[in-house]
Design a protein around this ligand. Structure first.
Ligand code: SF4
Length: 421
Protein backbone atom coordinates (compact mmCIF):
# COMPACT_ATOMS: atom_id res chain seq x y z
CA UNK A 1 0.00 0.00 0.00
CA UNK A 2 1.30 3.46 -0.87
CA UNK A 3 2.41 5.69 2.00
CA UNK A 4 0.05 8.55 2.82
CA UNK A 5 2.87 11.09 3.32
CA UNK A 6 5.92 11.59 1.10
CA UNK A 7 9.50 12.31 2.18
CA UNK A 8 10.44 15.99 1.79
CA UNK A 9 12.42 16.67 -1.37
CA UNK A 10 15.99 17.94 -0.97
CA UNK A 11 14.78 21.39 -1.98
CA UNK A 12 11.91 21.38 0.57
CA UNK A 13 14.28 20.16 3.30
CA UNK A 14 16.76 22.93 2.45
CA UNK A 15 13.99 25.54 2.67
CA UNK A 16 12.83 24.21 6.07
CA UNK A 17 16.41 24.11 7.37
CA UNK A 18 16.83 27.76 6.31
CA UNK A 19 13.66 28.69 8.20
CA UNK A 20 15.04 27.38 11.54
CA UNK A 21 16.07 30.26 13.84
CA UNK A 22 18.56 28.05 15.74
CA UNK A 23 17.30 29.34 19.07
CA UNK A 24 19.54 29.41 22.10
CA UNK A 25 17.92 27.06 24.69
CA UNK A 26 15.73 25.78 21.88
CA UNK A 27 12.18 25.15 23.16
CA UNK A 28 11.65 22.35 20.57
CA UNK A 29 14.50 20.32 22.07
CA UNK A 30 13.21 20.79 25.62
CA UNK A 31 9.72 19.76 24.53
CA UNK A 32 10.86 16.58 22.76
CA UNK A 33 10.53 13.80 25.35
CA UNK A 34 13.68 12.13 23.96
CA UNK A 35 15.55 15.49 23.93
CA UNK A 36 16.52 15.18 20.28
CA UNK A 37 19.06 18.01 19.61
CA UNK A 38 16.75 19.65 17.08
CA UNK A 39 18.72 22.79 16.11
CA UNK A 40 21.94 20.76 15.76
CA UNK A 41 20.43 18.12 13.49
CA UNK A 42 18.75 20.80 11.36
CA UNK A 43 22.11 22.62 11.14
CA UNK A 44 23.67 19.38 9.87
CA UNK A 45 20.99 19.17 7.17
CA UNK A 46 21.67 22.78 6.23
CA UNK A 47 25.36 22.07 5.79
CA UNK A 48 24.61 18.94 3.73
CA UNK A 49 25.90 16.50 6.36
CA UNK A 50 23.00 14.05 6.46
CA UNK A 51 25.13 11.33 8.01
CA UNK A 52 25.99 13.71 10.87
CA UNK A 53 22.30 14.57 11.26
CA UNK A 54 21.49 10.87 11.50
CA UNK A 55 24.15 10.31 14.14
CA UNK A 56 22.71 13.14 16.26
CA UNK A 57 19.22 11.66 16.00
CA UNK A 58 20.40 8.12 16.60
CA UNK A 59 22.39 9.05 19.70
CA UNK A 60 19.29 10.59 21.27
CA UNK A 61 16.64 8.19 20.15
CA UNK A 62 16.45 4.50 19.17
CA UNK A 63 13.15 4.81 17.22
CA UNK A 64 14.11 7.58 14.81
CA UNK A 65 12.56 5.97 11.73
CA UNK A 66 9.30 5.35 13.58
CA UNK A 67 9.08 8.84 15.05
CA UNK A 68 10.00 10.43 11.74
CA UNK A 69 6.69 9.04 10.53
CA UNK A 70 4.27 8.87 13.44
CA UNK A 71 5.46 11.26 16.17
CA UNK A 72 2.63 13.70 17.03
CA UNK A 73 4.79 16.77 16.48
CA UNK A 74 1.80 19.05 17.17
CA UNK A 75 2.05 17.99 20.83
CA UNK A 76 5.82 18.14 21.14
CA UNK A 77 8.66 19.85 19.25
CA UNK A 78 6.67 21.80 16.65
CA UNK A 79 4.10 23.04 19.18
CA UNK A 80 6.69 25.41 20.68
CA UNK A 81 8.72 26.32 17.58
CA UNK A 82 9.66 30.03 17.80
CA UNK A 83 9.13 30.36 14.05
CA UNK A 84 5.36 29.87 14.67
CA UNK A 85 5.22 33.51 15.75
CA UNK A 86 6.35 34.57 12.26
CA UNK A 87 4.90 32.25 9.62
CA UNK A 88 4.37 28.79 11.07
CA UNK A 89 6.55 26.15 12.74
CA UNK A 90 9.52 24.50 11.06
CA UNK A 91 8.45 21.03 9.85
CA UNK A 92 10.72 19.29 12.36
CA UNK A 93 9.20 15.83 12.19
CA UNK A 94 9.35 15.79 8.41
CA UNK A 95 13.01 16.89 8.53
CA UNK A 96 13.55 14.08 10.99
CA UNK A 97 12.02 11.67 8.48
CA UNK A 98 13.98 13.20 5.60
CA UNK A 99 17.24 12.31 7.38
CA UNK A 100 16.26 8.73 8.16
CA UNK A 101 14.91 8.09 4.66
CA UNK A 102 18.06 9.36 2.97
CA UNK A 103 20.65 7.71 5.20
CA UNK A 104 21.58 4.16 6.00
CA UNK A 105 21.04 2.67 9.46
CA UNK A 106 23.74 0.07 8.96
CA UNK A 107 26.38 1.84 11.07
CA UNK A 108 26.83 -0.11 14.28
CA UNK A 109 27.69 1.65 17.50
CA UNK A 110 30.96 0.79 19.22
CA UNK A 111 29.78 -1.21 22.23
CA UNK A 112 31.69 -2.15 25.40
CA UNK A 113 31.81 -5.79 26.49
CA UNK A 114 28.59 -6.81 28.24
CA UNK A 115 30.12 -7.64 31.59
CA UNK A 116 28.39 -5.17 33.92
CA UNK A 117 25.30 -7.25 34.69
CA UNK A 118 22.26 -8.98 33.24
CA UNK A 119 18.81 -7.42 32.95
CA UNK A 120 15.49 -9.01 31.98
CA UNK A 121 13.14 -6.78 30.00
CA UNK A 122 9.50 -7.84 29.82
CA UNK A 123 8.04 -6.37 26.63
CA UNK A 124 9.77 -5.50 23.32
CA UNK A 125 7.93 -2.28 22.53
CA UNK A 126 9.54 1.18 22.34
CA UNK A 127 10.11 1.46 26.13
CA UNK A 128 11.62 -2.03 26.40
CA UNK A 129 13.92 -1.71 23.37
CA UNK A 130 14.99 1.84 24.31
CA UNK A 131 15.93 0.52 27.74
CA UNK A 132 17.82 -2.41 26.18
CA UNK A 133 19.86 -0.09 23.97
CA UNK A 134 20.81 2.25 26.81
CA UNK A 135 21.77 -0.65 29.07
CA UNK A 136 23.84 -2.36 26.38
CA UNK A 137 25.68 0.91 25.71
CA UNK A 138 26.51 0.94 29.44
CA UNK A 139 27.94 -2.59 29.27
CA UNK A 140 24.95 -4.57 30.55
CA UNK A 141 23.45 -7.53 28.75
CA UNK A 142 19.66 -7.71 28.18
CA UNK A 143 17.28 -10.57 27.58
CA UNK A 144 13.85 -9.58 26.28
CA UNK A 145 10.62 -11.52 26.87
CA UNK A 146 7.93 -10.86 24.28
CA UNK A 147 5.16 -13.15 23.10
CA UNK A 148 4.03 -10.89 20.24
CA UNK A 149 5.90 -9.30 17.37
CA UNK A 150 8.75 -7.10 18.65
CA UNK A 151 8.20 -3.38 18.15
CA UNK A 152 5.07 -2.94 20.25
CA UNK A 153 1.96 -0.95 19.32
CA UNK A 154 3.38 0.81 16.23
CA UNK A 155 4.60 -2.45 14.70
CA UNK A 156 1.43 -4.35 15.48
CA UNK A 157 -1.31 -1.75 15.12
CA UNK A 158 -0.40 1.35 13.10
CA UNK A 159 -1.59 1.33 9.51
CA UNK A 160 1.00 0.39 6.87
CA UNK A 161 0.07 3.56 4.97
CA UNK A 162 1.52 5.64 7.80
CA UNK A 163 4.17 3.18 8.95
CA UNK A 164 5.26 0.66 6.30
CA UNK A 165 6.34 -2.86 7.28
CA UNK A 166 9.82 -2.49 5.83
CA UNK A 167 10.54 0.61 7.94
CA UNK A 168 9.32 -1.04 11.12
CA UNK A 169 11.15 -4.30 10.38
CA UNK A 170 14.43 -2.56 9.61
CA UNK A 171 14.38 -0.48 12.79
CA UNK A 172 13.23 -3.24 15.15
CA UNK A 173 15.64 -5.77 13.63
CA UNK A 174 18.52 -3.32 14.05
CA UNK A 175 17.65 -2.75 17.72
CA UNK A 176 17.12 -6.39 18.64
CA UNK A 177 20.16 -7.66 16.74
CA UNK A 178 22.48 -4.93 18.05
CA UNK A 179 21.44 -4.52 21.68
CA UNK A 180 19.54 -7.61 22.86
CA UNK A 181 21.30 -10.85 23.85
CA UNK A 182 18.25 -13.15 23.64
CA UNK A 183 14.60 -12.67 22.70
CA UNK A 184 12.39 -15.21 24.48
CA UNK A 185 8.95 -15.66 22.88
CA UNK A 186 7.23 -16.10 26.22
CA UNK A 187 4.34 -14.29 27.83
CA UNK A 188 5.47 -13.45 31.35
CA UNK A 189 2.89 -12.45 33.94
CA UNK A 190 5.02 -12.81 37.06
CA UNK A 191 8.44 -11.24 37.46
CA UNK A 192 9.36 -12.93 40.74
CA UNK A 193 11.24 -15.86 39.08
CA UNK A 194 13.27 -13.33 37.05
CA UNK A 195 14.45 -11.48 40.16
CA UNK A 196 16.49 -14.51 41.22
CA UNK A 197 18.02 -14.99 37.76
CA UNK A 198 18.87 -11.42 36.73
CA UNK A 199 20.47 -8.37 38.36
CA UNK A 200 17.39 -6.26 37.59
CA UNK A 201 14.08 -6.42 35.71
CA UNK A 202 12.28 -3.81 33.60
CA UNK A 203 8.54 -4.25 32.99
CA UNK A 204 7.31 -2.54 29.80
CA UNK A 205 4.46 -4.70 28.62
CA UNK A 206 2.03 -1.93 27.70
CA UNK A 207 -1.71 -2.30 28.21
CA UNK A 208 -2.94 -5.74 27.26
CA UNK A 209 -6.59 -5.58 28.32
CA UNK A 210 -9.22 -3.62 26.38
CA UNK A 211 -12.13 -1.81 28.03
CA UNK A 212 -15.62 -3.28 27.60
CA UNK A 213 -18.95 -1.50 27.36
CA UNK A 214 -21.44 -2.60 29.95
CA UNK A 215 -24.35 -2.83 27.48
CA UNK A 216 -26.49 -5.57 25.94
CA UNK A 217 -25.38 -7.25 22.73
CA UNK A 218 -21.62 -7.31 23.26
CA UNK A 219 -21.60 -11.08 22.59
CA UNK A 220 -23.00 -10.68 19.05
CA UNK A 221 -20.99 -11.64 15.99
CA UNK A 222 -19.50 -8.53 14.45
CA UNK A 223 -18.47 -6.89 17.75
CA UNK A 224 -14.70 -6.35 18.03
CA UNK A 225 -12.24 -4.74 20.38
CA UNK A 226 -10.30 -2.06 18.53
CA UNK A 227 -6.73 -3.10 19.22
CA UNK A 228 -7.48 -6.75 18.59
CA UNK A 229 -9.01 -5.75 15.24
CA UNK A 230 -6.06 -3.48 14.38
CA UNK A 231 -3.62 -6.33 15.05
CA UNK A 232 -5.66 -8.75 12.94
CA UNK A 233 -5.99 -6.27 10.08
CA UNK A 234 -2.30 -5.39 10.12
CA UNK A 235 -1.22 -9.03 10.20
CA UNK A 236 -3.73 -9.90 7.46
CA UNK A 237 -5.58 -12.47 9.58
CA UNK A 238 -8.96 -10.79 9.05
CA UNK A 239 -10.56 -9.01 6.15
CA UNK A 240 -14.00 -7.87 5.24
CA UNK A 241 -14.88 -6.34 8.61
CA UNK A 242 -18.29 -5.33 7.28
CA UNK A 243 -19.61 -2.58 5.03
CA UNK A 244 -21.05 -0.30 7.71
CA UNK A 245 -18.90 -0.04 10.80
CA UNK A 246 -19.46 1.97 13.97
CA UNK A 247 -16.35 2.73 16.02
CA UNK A 248 -17.18 3.68 19.60
CA UNK A 249 -14.70 6.07 21.25
CA UNK A 250 -12.89 9.36 20.68
CA UNK A 251 -9.22 8.60 21.36
CA UNK A 252 -6.28 7.82 19.11
CA UNK A 253 -7.09 4.11 18.90
CA UNK A 254 -10.66 4.87 17.75
CA UNK A 255 -9.42 7.22 15.03
CA UNK A 256 -6.62 4.83 14.00
CA UNK A 257 -8.98 1.89 13.56
CA UNK A 258 -11.54 4.06 11.73
CA UNK A 259 -8.84 5.24 9.30
CA UNK A 260 -7.51 1.73 8.76
CA UNK A 261 -11.00 0.43 8.02
CA UNK A 262 -11.48 3.13 5.37
CA UNK A 263 -8.03 2.53 3.91
CA UNK A 264 -8.78 -1.18 3.61
CA UNK A 265 -12.07 -0.54 1.80
CA UNK A 266 -12.85 3.04 0.71
CA UNK A 267 -16.46 2.02 -0.10
CA UNK A 268 -17.09 1.02 3.51
CA UNK A 269 -19.05 3.44 5.72
CA UNK A 270 -17.12 4.10 8.92
CA UNK A 271 -18.82 6.17 11.62
CA UNK A 272 -17.08 7.23 14.84
CA UNK A 273 -19.70 7.26 17.59
CA UNK A 274 -18.73 9.55 20.46
CA UNK A 275 -20.52 10.70 23.61
CA UNK A 276 -19.21 14.25 23.48
CA UNK A 277 -18.62 16.80 20.70
CA UNK A 278 -15.86 17.35 18.17
CA UNK A 279 -13.90 19.67 20.50
CA UNK A 280 -13.72 16.94 23.12
CA UNK A 281 -12.22 14.26 20.84
CA UNK A 282 -9.02 13.15 22.57
CA UNK A 283 -7.20 11.94 19.45
CA UNK A 284 -4.41 14.03 17.93
CA UNK A 285 -5.71 16.76 15.63
CA UNK A 286 -3.61 15.61 12.68
CA UNK A 287 -4.97 12.07 12.92
CA UNK A 288 -8.56 13.34 13.06
CA UNK A 289 -7.90 15.45 9.96
CA UNK A 290 -6.40 12.45 8.14
CA UNK A 291 -9.33 10.22 9.13
CA UNK A 292 -11.82 12.84 7.95
CA UNK A 293 -9.94 13.19 4.65
CA UNK A 294 -10.21 9.42 4.23
CA UNK A 295 -14.00 9.69 4.51
CA UNK A 296 -14.57 8.71 8.15
CA UNK A 297 -17.80 10.33 9.44
CA UNK A 298 -18.89 11.12 13.00
CA UNK A 299 -21.97 10.71 15.15
CA UNK A 300 -21.31 13.08 18.03
CA UNK A 301 -23.30 13.38 21.26
CA UNK A 302 -24.44 9.76 21.09
CA UNK A 303 -24.35 7.47 24.16
CA UNK A 304 -24.40 3.74 23.27
CA UNK A 305 -27.33 1.91 24.95
CA UNK A 306 -27.08 -1.52 23.32
CA UNK A 307 -25.80 -3.42 20.31
CA UNK A 308 -28.85 -4.56 18.35
CA UNK A 309 -29.17 -7.89 16.49
CA UNK A 310 -30.15 -11.55 16.88
CA UNK A 311 -26.90 -13.43 16.02
CA UNK A 312 -25.00 -10.77 14.16
CA UNK A 313 -24.81 -7.00 14.68
CA UNK A 314 -27.64 -5.11 12.97
CA UNK A 315 -27.20 -1.74 14.63
CA UNK A 316 -26.28 0.32 17.64
CA UNK A 317 -28.97 1.92 19.77
CA UNK A 318 -27.81 5.26 21.15
CA UNK A 319 -29.31 8.08 23.20
CA UNK A 320 -28.71 11.66 22.17
CA UNK A 321 -26.59 13.59 24.70
CA UNK A 322 -26.18 17.25 25.49
CA UNK A 323 -23.10 18.88 26.95
CA UNK A 324 -23.07 20.50 30.39
CA UNK A 325 -20.42 22.48 32.27
CA UNK A 326 -16.74 21.49 32.18
CA UNK A 327 -15.46 18.88 34.62
CA UNK A 328 -12.15 19.06 36.55
CA UNK A 329 -10.24 17.98 33.41
CA UNK A 330 -11.62 20.98 31.49
CA UNK A 331 -13.79 18.80 29.23
CA UNK A 332 -17.56 19.24 28.99
CA UNK A 333 -19.61 16.63 30.79
CA UNK A 334 -22.46 15.02 28.87
CA UNK A 335 -25.98 14.08 29.93
CA UNK A 336 -28.57 11.95 28.10
CA UNK A 337 -31.63 13.62 26.64
CA UNK A 338 -34.59 11.51 27.86
CA UNK A 339 -36.67 9.87 25.11
CA UNK A 340 -34.14 10.64 22.37
CA UNK A 341 -32.83 7.15 21.58
CA UNK A 342 -32.40 6.00 17.99
CA UNK A 343 -30.70 3.14 16.10
CA UNK A 344 -27.69 3.57 13.82
CA UNK A 345 -27.85 0.70 11.28
CA UNK A 346 -24.49 -1.13 11.34
CA UNK A 347 -23.11 -4.59 10.58
CA UNK A 348 -19.95 -4.20 12.70
CA UNK A 349 -19.27 -2.49 16.03
CA UNK A 350 -15.72 -1.75 17.18
CA UNK A 351 -15.21 -0.82 20.82
CA UNK A 352 -12.32 1.60 21.38
CA UNK A 353 -12.94 2.96 24.86
CA UNK A 354 -9.52 2.51 26.45
CA UNK A 355 -7.09 -0.09 27.66
CA UNK A 356 -5.83 -1.22 31.03
CA UNK A 357 -3.20 -3.42 32.62
CA UNK A 358 -4.68 -6.89 32.83
CA UNK A 359 -6.02 -7.82 36.24
CA UNK A 360 -4.06 -10.40 38.23
CA UNK A 361 -0.78 -10.06 36.33
CA UNK A 362 2.50 -9.19 38.05
CA UNK A 363 1.60 -10.21 41.60
CA UNK A 364 3.70 -8.39 44.17
CA UNK A 365 3.91 -5.11 42.21
CA UNK A 366 1.84 -2.32 43.77
CA UNK A 367 -0.79 -0.69 41.54
CA UNK A 368 -2.36 2.77 41.42
CA UNK A 369 -6.12 3.32 41.83
CA UNK A 370 -6.47 3.07 38.06
CA UNK A 371 -4.74 -0.32 38.01
CA UNK A 372 -1.45 0.91 36.51
CA UNK A 373 1.85 -0.25 37.98
CA UNK A 374 3.13 2.26 40.57
CA UNK A 375 6.72 3.45 40.42
CA UNK A 376 8.76 5.99 42.38
CA UNK A 377 10.80 8.91 41.01
CA UNK A 378 13.54 6.45 40.07
CA UNK A 379 11.03 4.23 38.19
CA UNK A 380 11.48 1.39 40.66
CA UNK A 381 8.32 -0.54 41.54
CA UNK A 382 7.40 -1.72 45.01
CA UNK A 383 9.72 -4.73 44.45
CA UNK A 384 13.44 -3.88 44.81
CA UNK A 385 15.33 -4.30 41.55
CA UNK A 386 12.15 -4.31 39.45
CA UNK A 387 11.55 -1.18 37.37
CA UNK A 388 8.64 -0.31 35.09
CA UNK A 389 7.86 2.28 32.41
CA UNK A 390 5.80 3.11 29.34
CA UNK A 391 2.04 2.54 29.08
CA UNK A 392 2.00 0.01 31.92
CA UNK A 393 2.84 2.94 34.27
CA UNK A 394 1.29 5.99 32.57
CA UNK A 395 -1.58 4.62 30.49
CA UNK A 396 -1.55 4.96 26.69
CA UNK A 397 1.20 7.29 25.55
CA UNK A 398 3.24 8.01 22.45
CA UNK A 399 6.34 6.22 21.12
CA UNK A 400 8.65 9.09 22.02
CA UNK A 401 7.31 9.19 25.60
CA UNK A 402 7.86 5.44 25.91
CA UNK A 403 11.43 5.95 24.64
CA UNK A 404 11.96 8.61 27.33
CA UNK A 405 10.84 6.11 29.98
CA UNK A 406 13.08 3.36 28.62
CA UNK A 407 16.11 5.66 28.66
CA UNK A 408 15.38 6.95 32.14
CA UNK A 409 14.80 3.47 33.54
CA UNK A 410 18.09 2.27 32.03
CA UNK A 411 20.03 5.03 33.83
CA UNK A 412 18.43 4.03 37.14
CA UNK A 413 18.88 0.29 36.54
CA UNK A 414 22.59 0.78 35.72
CA UNK A 415 23.06 2.62 39.03
CA UNK A 416 21.13 -0.08 40.91
CA UNK A 417 23.14 -2.92 39.36
CA UNK A 418 26.48 -1.16 39.93
CA UNK A 419 25.51 -0.54 43.58
CA UNK A 420 24.78 -4.21 44.12
CA UNK A 421 28.21 -5.37 42.95
S1 SF4 B 1 11.08 12.59 18.27
FE1 SF4 B 1 9.12 13.63 17.87
S2 SF4 B 1 9.10 15.33 19.35
FE2 SF4 B 1 11.24 14.64 19.20
S3 SF4 B 1 12.17 15.95 17.58
FE3 SF4 B 1 11.43 14.05 16.57
S4 SF4 B 1 9.37 14.58 15.84
FE4 SF4 B 1 9.91 16.11 17.38
Amino acid sequence: MEESEKTLSRQQAAIEAERCLYCYDAPCQAKCPAHVPVPEFIQSIRSGNLHGARTLLQDAHPFIETCGRICPEESFCQSVCTRSKIDGPVRIRELHRFVTDLTDPSDRMELPRATEGRVAIVGAGPAGLACARELRVRGLSCDVFEVRQAGGVPAQEVSTQRYPHEVEEREVRFLTSSFVANVHGERLTDVRPLVAQYDAVFVATGLSSEGDMNVEGMQLEGVYHARELLRKMKSGTISGAGSRVGVIGGGNVAIEVASMLREEDPTRDVIVVYRRGIKELKAFKKEIEEATALGVTYQFLAIPDKVVGSHHVEGLQVTQAHLCEEDESGRCRFEPLPGSSFIIPLDTVVVAIGQQVEEGVFPGLARSNSGLISVGENMQTSMPGVYAGGDVVHGAQTVVEAVRDGKKAAEQIAVFVAGGK
